[in-house]
Design a protein around this ligand. Structure first.
Ligand code: URA
Length: 428
């Protein structure tokens, strides 16, 4: 078998066998198949697609290109959530301790942000001392004592994905449904979980710009997960508006603490509660979503979810003093007119945060954890001319001045607002 035969077969639109996919992924991981051949293969997949069977085989091979956590090593029912990412999406920080407080074990291996969408690890690193580079032993210890752990991908977890993603990033082959599916699912399924809930976002601030694209990706993800014998469900959620009132790493952790203390913005709370409820119901912990929600709200109100979060942060070296770095310049963004906030463009909020230094344009950029935007007005809220639409946090005058018009453009003031459901559908 030669790699070029496999590339040619895919280029001509034919279905590959399990053996051919195994040969390709193994050779690429070990280095016997060079980047240029794998890039040609990725481009062939981009144009010709893959059948569900091929996508499942690619996921399986990428997942087994490294270590796969043996589920028997972890206590109880193991469940996780994956989000395709969005502006102000900080649900993982609340959901992991919340699900653990309700009885699940949550082994969450997360990523960093690139472009406008922030990464869970970047947010957690705003907590002084918090370590996202746990060894396997430390990861298991944290899971055993706290019921949840959020850490980064080790070199041993799905190494084929790490290599292939870097190649796709520079060859125009990221937006391919089968490649995205295999990439996401190979990492998540290597965690040794029983249940996976997928938050597939669509809209201006998301990877998928239309609900149809999000639905197609959700269906592919659910199909592969189910094929691998897991309990999988996807929710299609709206990412035209930012989630919550803050975007930026330390500001977002503060907002998570607000929710864990019984307050916080309604949209963030509603989505986190629903995602956690689906996790619990799909795992069989509660017979229906209503019972699951009841227990979740109790764990938020009685402080048990907060205790779980504090235990995880402490176990991973973080300080629970919550003394985050503060930005030197903090300026309100004034409303240009009286009216009702009719839209907040998530993409522009993300771009403004990127200019401030809250995210990275290249993988090796450093992040300023203190900067971002907070106290954002939400669609439907009334404002008077000059009222603050939000507060901008910066450590650099020039960056503040550059980002200000972007944030200004993100807020639309009108006379009415048409509410849209945050969760539009579910795919099981
Ligand atoms: N996230 C991933 O992990 N992989 C992709 O291909 C796209 C988004």
């Amino acid at each position: 078998m030669l790699p070029q035969w496999i590339i040619e077969k895919k280029r001509d639109g034919n279905e590959l066998s399990n053996k051919e996919i195994h040969f390709l992924v193994k050779g690429f991981t070990e280095g016997s198949i060079p980047d240029y051949q794998m890039a040609a293969f990725a481009m062939a997949v981009y144009f010709k697609g893959m059948t569900p069977h091929e996508t499942a085989a690619l996921t399986f091979e990428m997942m087994h290109s490294g270590e796969v956590i043996d589920p028997a090593r972890l206590p109880g029912i193991k469940a996780d959530k994956h989000s395709t990412g969005g502006i102000g999406d900080k649900t993982s920080l609340i959901l992991a301790p919340l699900a653990a407080a309700c009885g699940l074990t949550v082994p969450m291996i997360s990523g960093r942000g690139l472009g406008i969408t922030g990464g869970t690890l970047d947010k957690l690193e705003a907590i002084p001392g918090y370590r996202t580079d746990l060894s396997e032993k430390e990861f298991f210890q944290t899971l055993e004592t706290c019921g949840c752990s959020i850490t980064g991908q080790t070199a041993q977890l799905a190494p084929a994905d790490k290599k292939l993603y870097a190649l796709r990033d520079v060859t125009g082959t990221v937006p391919s449904i089968p490649l995205i599916t295999a990439s996401i699912m190979s990492k998540k399924l290597a965690e040794g979980i029983d249940t996976l809930i997928l938050d597939v976002k669509w809209g201006q601030g998301a990877f998928m710009k239309t609900v149809e694209q999000a639905r197609e990706l959700a269906q592919a993800l659910v199909e592969v997960g189910t094929h691998m014998g897991k309990n999988v469900r996807a929710l299609i959620t709206d990412m035209n508006q930012p989630l919550g009132r803050s975007a930026g790493n330390a500001l977002e952790v503060q907002e998570c603490l607000d929710i864990l203390n019984g307050g916080g913005p309604d949209d963030l709370k509603a989505l986190t509660v629903d995602l956690t409820a689906h996790m619990l119901e799909r795992s069989g912990v509660f017979p229906d979503l209503g019972k699951a929600r009841e227990n979740i709200l109790q764990c938020l109100e009685n402080g048990t979810a907060l205790k779980k979060f504090e235990a995880m942060v402490t176990a991973q070296g973080g300080s629970t003093e919550w003394d985050f770095a503060e930005a030197e310049i903090q300026e309100p963004l004034p409303a240009p007119a009286d009216g009702v906030v009719s839209a907040v463009n998530a993409e522009l909020i993300g771009k403004g945060c990127l200019v401030l230094g809250a995210g990275r344009q290249k993988t090796d950029d450093t992040i300023d954890h203190a900067v971002g935007i907070a106290q954002m007005k939400k669609p439907g809220e009334a404002v008077r001319k000059g009222d603050p639409l939000a507060v901008i946090f910066s450590n650099d005058r020039k960056k503040m001045d550059e980002s200000f018009p972007m944030f200004g453009k993100a807020f639309r003031i009108g006379s009415s607002f048409e509410p849209r459901p945050l969760i539009s559908e579910q795919i099981s």
